[in-house]
Design a protein around this ligand. Structure first.
Ligand code: ADP
Length: 194
């Protein structure tokens, strides 16, 4: 199983990524978590990553690729991955496709989780009130949603054109979202004759 989750902040990528990884037995690779871990490191690179994340700006593509590539390569060798939050820009998507081609694998599906912006904002503010992440602040949330719409949104037509986009309504209880994703993946696998 090689899958990616494409979703705005608050749509539940992390939750669904964990569940899908447990279900399929492959590694859950959360780009934001890996970058947050890098940001903890001493030195210039860590400070630079932390600053992008604190503002809700995307970390530059080259840094993301340096962090993610070895993790993806290892996951492919172990049977696959659920990529959560990567790729997030068109250049990252192209680099990810080149990497997959080099490794001789293809992506099974790109799962797009969508929900109204008011729902996403409410969820992130709820998380903030429960002591969530430092980027869960009203102005930074607004900026992250805008960055998603402008920079990551174009990946929806990109994967649609490649015939692997699965769009699922994320404005439902987590169990229903998981069930919808699983049903749609089964449909895609049948259509592909797998
Ligand atoms: P969310 O989707 O709720 O914003 P994430 O943990 O996925 O949460 O991402 C948090 C932050 O990490 C982003 O705002 C961005 O700064 C950085 N980040 C995560 N993934 C990427 C990526 N693929 N490219 C660039 N920056 C990323």
């Amino acid at each position: 199983m090689r899958l990616l989750l494409l979703a705005p902040p608050g749509a539940g990528k992390g939750t669904q990524g964990e569940r899908l990884a447990a279900w399929s037995g492959v590694r859950h690779i959360a780009a934001g978590d890996l970058l947050r871990a890098e940001a903890q490191a001493e030195g210039r690179l860590g400070r630079e990553i932390a600053a992008y994340q604190a503002r809700g700006d995307l970390v530059p593509d080259q840094i993301v690729l340096d962090v993610l590539t070895p993790v993806v390569v290892e996951a492919v060798a172990r049977g696959g991955y659920i990529l959560d939050g990567f790729p997030r820009t068109l250049p990252q998507a192209t680099a990810a496709a080149d990497l997959a081609a080099r490794l001789g694998v293809t992506l099974d599906a790109a799962v797009y989780l969508y929900a109204p912006e008011a729902v996403l904002t409410r969820r992130l503010l709820d998380r903030a009130s429960q002591g969530g992440r430092s980027d869960d602040k009203a102005d930074v949330i607004r900026h992250r949603l805008q960055v998603f719409a402008e920079t990551t949104g174009p990946l929806v037509p990109y994967y649609t054109e490649r015939g692997i986009l699965v769009a699922v309504n994320a404005d439902q209880p987590p169990d229903s979202v998981t069930a919808d994703i699983q049903a749609r993946l089964a449909g895609l696998a049948r259509a592909a004759g797998r």
